[in-house]
Write a protein that binds this ligand. Structure first.
Ligand SMILES: Cc1cc2nc3c(=O)[nH]c(=O)nc-3n(C[C@H](O)[C@H](O)[C@H](O)COP(=O)(O)OP(=O)(O)OC[C@H]3O[C@@H](n4cnc5c(N)ncnc54)[C@H](O)[C@@H]3O)c2cc1C
Length: 343
């Protein structure tokens, strides 16, 4: 495939891990920054494109009339290291899990808790991906963007990214006209395993009793095994991973809920608020395994909605609204969707 602009003409089906039908009228496969002037020209004429990479965190409509850019630029550049960290720039279209494997193989630990998350490097800062006690924000030193409003690229420092729980500036109005080109990683030279998450208890015990006997590869292997056992494979049961964010509530609401629901699953945050397990709330409403037409709540993971065959965007949103309403009625807690609902 050449690196020149690949513009195809309609209609083009857009594969996505939720298995929703979606046809686009114009798709550009982005492989090289030499294509940026042409993308800018398209922006000036047609407005902001829909940017997609792995399409593992989107709910797509049946028709996409906006131009679509598919991120497929790959590769990495190793920079002069800092005293405390290895610095590596990785292209946005690079496969995330492949990059995690490569970083470990090159002797740069630090991303092992985020193994096996589907999708791309460039999408990772968008919702500040997180898993097993680690968030991307803890390993990022900067993000290079193309700003369609100015027609220029620039680097954002980590504070500019305004990372939060499944949130960042890229999901807010300020980032609405940006394309992520590269992510700069700072991987700690003085690596310590992150073992606070309940599923990592066996490794934590080992670490506490026999110091230095836990390697990054062991954390990686454990995370991969847990994920494979717990999460439905989207190629078999189409899904987008967690469908709702874990709601963060005040300590007052947490205390009230705890009185009426003593088994409430919640994690105290550093600011004193509590993060509730959305899957537990949904399970308590009796939704595990429940079908809403062609959409089902997974029978082992209440946080995962599965397309059982032939579902469309409207079916997914109907199921999501019914679940969120039931949780609000029972607990007074508002669930927010985690995937991006594309319009
Ligand atoms: C089985 C499964 C498990 C998952 N587990 C986790 C998990 O543990 N933790 C977690 O955080 N997430 C998880 N996810 C969600 C998903 O994998 C991540 O959000 C991932 O980062 C999405 O990458 P993607 O390339 O597929 O992004 P896409 O779905 O293609 O895009 C997602 C959003 O990012 C935007 N975007 C993508 N690339 C760019 C770019 N280069 N520039 C600007 N905008 C861009 C898109 O416009 C869209 O708004 C899971 C998903 C599945 C299916």
């Amino acid at each position: 495939m050449s690196t020149s602009l690949q513009a195809e003409v309609n209609p083009i089906a857009l594969p996505n891990t939720m298995g929703l039908p979606c046809v686009a009228s114009a798709v550009t496969v982005f492989r090289d920054r030499a294509q940026l002037p042409q993308l800018q020209d398209s922006f000036d004429r047609h407005g902001m494109p829909l940017v997609l990479a792995g399409a593992s965190n989107v709910i797509l409509p049946e028709r996409m009339d906006r131009p679509v850019v598919l991120m497929r630029n790959t590769g990495m550049e190793v920079l002069e290291p800092r005293a405390d960290a290895w610095l590596i720039d990785v292209a946005a279209g690079h496969n995330w899990h492949q990059w995690v494997c490569e970083s470990l193989a090159r002797g740069w630990p630090g991303l092992e808790n985020l193994a096996l998350i589907p999708g791309s490097v460039g999408a990772a800062p968008i919702q500040n991906i997180g898993a097993y006690g680690l968030e991307l924000a803890q390993r990022v030193a900067g993000v290079e963007i193309w700003d369609f409003e100015t027609g220029q690229s620039r680097w954002l420092q980590t504070p500019d990214c305004r990372f939060g729980y499944r949130d960042s500036v890229f999901k807010q109005a300020a980032g609405g006209h940006w394309l992520v080109l590269n992510v700069r990683f700072a991987l700690p030279k003085d690596w310590q395993p992150v073992l606070g998450y309940p599923d990592l208890a066996p490794l934590r015990q080992r670490w506490q009793t026999r110091a230095a006997s836990v390697s990054a590869q062991m954390v990686f292997d454990h995370v991969v095994a847990v994920r494979q056992a717990k999460l439905p494979d989207p190629t078999v049961e189409p899904n987008v991973g967690s469908f709702f964010k874990n709601p963060v509530v005040s300590s007052e609401l947490y205390e009230r809920l705890k009185q009426t629901h003593p088994h409430l699953v919640a994690y105290r945050q550093i600011d004193g608020q509590f993060k509730l397990a959305a899957g537990w709330l949904i399970d308590q409403c009796g939704f595990k395994g429940k079908r809403f037409g062609a959409v089902a709540v997974h029978d082992r993971q209440a946080l995962v909605l599965v397309n059982t065959g032939g579902a469309r965007m409207a079916d997914v949103l109907r199921a999501a609204n019914a679940i969120a309403q039931a949780v609000a009625d029972r607990f007074g807690v508002h669930l927010q969707m985690e995937p991006v609902c594309v319009s």
